[in-house]
Design a protein around this ligand. Structure first.
Ligand code: A3P
Length: 280
């Protein structure tokens, strides 16, 4: 098969870019009628904010509390599911573990109507942009970035897969007090992994012992997950688990870029601030 041209790797739908091979339009259209359940466990994260980290931990929690299968083969990202897979999903036993990178307005309406609990992970936008830059250069389903400066401008204008970080985050500002929403940041987890796991268990009413919580946290450090990444993520393992640090942006941003991004994120205090999380 001929390799896909870079310009075909993303397509625009209702103003937002999507990854052509992962989320073709038929997937998005089928999602509009996806039926949520009140006891679904839904993880939401903009790309590169720590989705794989958190979904790995949720899976470990649910292996214990809900008898979920250990096999991490299928990462249930809803927009990656074909219409056929979405049908199969509708027959899964409860509770289901689901994830999404979609903006709040594009998450199937049924999740809000059923009051499904949603865990949202955010990361500071500078490190998110740097992580995305490396990811787009290493992942064959995404277009190559011509340069950091070019990618930076695309990130700022939202012309990257899954659209604008800032729009994504802003929508959640209005939901921070919703009892069915918990927001946690990447930076919080880096500093307080055990407490983060404990809070997530509390939010979803997962009955885990203190020892089980400690074990999950220990097995979910960057080092532990990177070591296991071939098994969990195959060939792209080292692409998903790259550096795992806070502040790598300092190796990429110019002074002007840093200032511009600070100005752009000044209205995102509630969703991206380390101090306000985890939400209570
Ligand atoms: P870097 O590229 O900065 O290393 P996502 O899973 O949403 O695609 O996010 C990927 C980012 O999360 C990558 O950031 C990756 O290294 C980081 N990450 C994954 N697992 C992690 C962990 N256990 N601890 C800290 N960072 C982790």
């Amino acid at each position: 098969a001929k390799a896909m041209k870079d310009e075909d790797k993303l397509y625009r739908h209702q103003g937002i870019l999507y990854v052509t091979v992962m989320s073709p339009l038929e997937n998005l259209q089928a999602l509009e009628t996806l039926e949520a359940r009140p006891d679904d466990v839904l993880l939401v994260a903009y790309p590169k904010c720590g989705f794989n980290w958190m979904i790995g931990m949720l899976r470990k929690m649910m292996v214990i509390t809900a008898g979920l299968e250990k096999d991490p083969e299928q990462i249930p990202v809803m927009e990656f599911l074909s219409p056929e897979m979405q049908k199969i999903l509708s027959e899964y036993p409860s509770p289901r573990l689901l994830g999404t990178h979609l903006h709040l307005k594009n998450i199937p309406a049924s999740f809000t109507a059923k009051k499904t609990k949603m865990l949202v992970v955010f990361r500071n936008p500078k490190d998110t942009a740097v992580s995305y830059y490396h990811f787009t250069n290493k992942n064959p389903v995404l277009p190559k970035a011509e340069s950091w400066d070019k990618f930076y401008s695309e990130f700022m204008s939202g012309d990257v897969g899954l659209g604008s970080y800032f729009d994504h985050a802003l929508a959640w500002e209005k939901r921070v007090d919703d009892p069915n929403v918990m927001i946690v940041t990447y930076e919080y987890l880096k500093q307080n992994l055990v407490e983060g796991v404990r809070q997530v268990c509390k939010f979803f009413n997962f009955a885990l012992s203190e020892e089980q919580i400690q074990t999950i946290a220990q097995g979910s450090t960057f080092e532990a997950m990177k070591e296991n990444s071939k098994d969990s993520h195959g060939q792209l393992g080292n692409v998903f688990f790259r550096k795992g640090e806070v502040g790598d942006w300092k190796n990429h941003f110019s002074e002007a870029q840093s200032k511009e991004m600070d100005a752009n994120s000044s209205n995102l205090a509630a969703t991206t601030s380390l101090l306000t999380r985890p939400g209570t």
